[in-house]
Design a protein around this ligand. Structure first.
Ligand code: HAM
Length: 429
């Protein structure tokens, strides 16, 4: 046995899993089309500077960073957003707004491997750039809900918040950006006491501290009620009040759309990435304590990359975790279902004929495998059963003269002579 194995945190996808992954990806692509998102393909390797600019300490410290042979500081992308923002700040600079851009593929984070946490991760990513309006935020929430509905994890719930509420407080208290970012990282990890200490240490007023302590307790499914309370608590902090109003507007639009989303508003909710400026959200299912998707509004990133001021909102769905949710909940049955046929020549001299028949069948859209192991008929049929093929096409001289073959229904264990040109009809019925 070879001693080679996958690198820690990396995984092989065997056929069943690969199929499931491509299924989720196909659904993600379909949702992109339904909502008007055009696919773009950006490089896995980008400059370290670009990727680290606003990634946040958590993601930044876990990037796969290296120098290429030309001595350039590069990294494997830890997300798609920076690459899409780069494109909009450069090549797409003069194109009309809004942009709706979709990407799907692998990203890399040096996270500690465990259930639902990997180092090579697959995301479907959607960015809506150019609009600051709450209907754009609403669209990203709705699109995420559409994908979850299409793919099948059950009992999904959204956690929603607004970065502007906390940032509004901190800015008015004149907390430095660096401190604010560190506080948000701690809040993302729910280390509230440490976060409070940092805010207090940076000279925040008692009023601010009192509000902060109340905010982290404010959460609930009564969306309107919680947002009202947030707005009430942050009185006197103008930007925070504005943020609460903005959150209300976006969530009301989702509700008006008729889209039924199970939602919890959480005033103390923060996300690890630093670029967020507005509404943020994550998607969960009951049996798992990690998010299946995450996103939010980031209005300053494209500017930061030297582009035109371009407000933006987006989301990334974790395909690996969506797959895990489907497996855990047993909702995988939707995938596949195509009829499969194996073509077996009754003797060696008919190998060419078997290949020819297989081509004819494939041209009519049937999934065909040919017996290539030179096995006797009984063994080949046994193998076809084991691999859950639906039909065997047995190629014999006598039938061929009539333009026919023996078609065996492997489940029913019945067989009959069928004209080759009629096989597609029988198999697909
Ligand atoms: P994120 O929350 O860092 O957001 O990642 C999005 C999703 O990727 C997570 O909810 C999770 O499902 C999956 N994910 C992340 N890390 C891992 C991991 N180590 N193992 C398994 N799954 C993981 C972003 O990436 C932002 N770029 C989203 C965004 C787009 N915001 C605006 N536009």
């Amino acid at each position: 046995m070879s001693e080679f194995k996958t690198v820690r945190g990396m995984r092989d996808f065997l056929p069943e899993e690969a199929k499931m992954m491509r299924y989720v990806e196909a659904q993600a692509r379909r949702v992109a089309e339904l909502y008007g998102y055009k696919e773009i393909i950006t490089p896995v390797v980008e400059s370290y500077e670009l990727l680290s600019a606003k990634a946040g300490e958590e993601v930044r410290s876990r990037m796969f960073v290296f120098k290429d042979l030309g001595g350039r500081g590069v990294a494997l992308r830890p997300e798609f957003t920076a690459s899409v923002a780069r494109l909009v700040a450069t090549t797409l600079r003069n194109e009309p707004r809004p942009f709706r851009l979709f990407s799907v593929g692998s990203i890399y984070r040096y996270d500690e491997p465990q259930r639902g946490r990997y180092r090579e991760i697959w995301q479907s990513n959607y960015e809506l750039m150019g609009s600051s309006k709450p209907e754009a935020d609403a669209e990203i929430l709705m699109l995420t809900n559409s994908l979850m509905e299409a793919v099948g994890p059950k009992k999904i719930a959204f956690k929603v918040g607004h970065v502007g509420v906390l940032r509004g407080l901190f800015n008015q208290e004149r907390l430095e950006d660096k401190v604010q970012n560190a506080v948000m990282q701690l809040m993302d990890k729910k280390q509230y006491e440490d976060a409070f200490k940092l805010v207090e240490g940076a000279g925040a007023s008692e009023k601010c501290m009192a509000i902060l302590r109340e905010l982290v307790k404010l959460k609930g499914k009564n969306v309107g009620g919680v947002v009202d309370k947030i707005e009430d608590r942050v009185k006197g902090y103008e930007k925070s009040v504005e943020a609460a109003k903005n959150l209300r507007e976006a969530l009301e639009l989702v509700s008006e759309s008729g889209c039924k989303i199970e939602m919890t508003v959480d005033a103390g909710f923060a996300r690890g990435l630093e670029y967020y400026t507005g509404l943020i959200f994550e998607v969960y299912v009951p049996s798992m304590d990690f998010a299946l998707a995450g996103g939010g509004r980031y209005d300053k990133l494209i500017e930061l990359f030297g582009g035109e001021p371009t407000p933006a909102v987006g989301v990334a769905h974790g395909i690996d975790r969506i797959m895990l949710a489907m497996q855990t909940q047993g909702s995988v049955h939707k995938i596949g279902g195509e009829r499969k046929v194996v073509v077996i020549p009754i003797k060696e001299e008919l190998r060419g004929e078997a290949l020819k028949v297989s081509q004819v069948l494939r041209n009519t859209g049937i999934f065909v495998e040919v017996e290539v192991m030179g096995r006797k008929m009984a063994k080949a049929l046994e193998d076809a059963d084991r691999r859950k093929m639906d039909f065997a096409v047995i190629v014999g001289e006598r039938e061929l003269k009539e333009g026919a073959v023996m078609l065996r229904d492997l489940a029913r264990r019945e067989q009959s002579i069928v004209k080759i040109k009629k096989i597609a009809q029988v198999v697909k019925d």
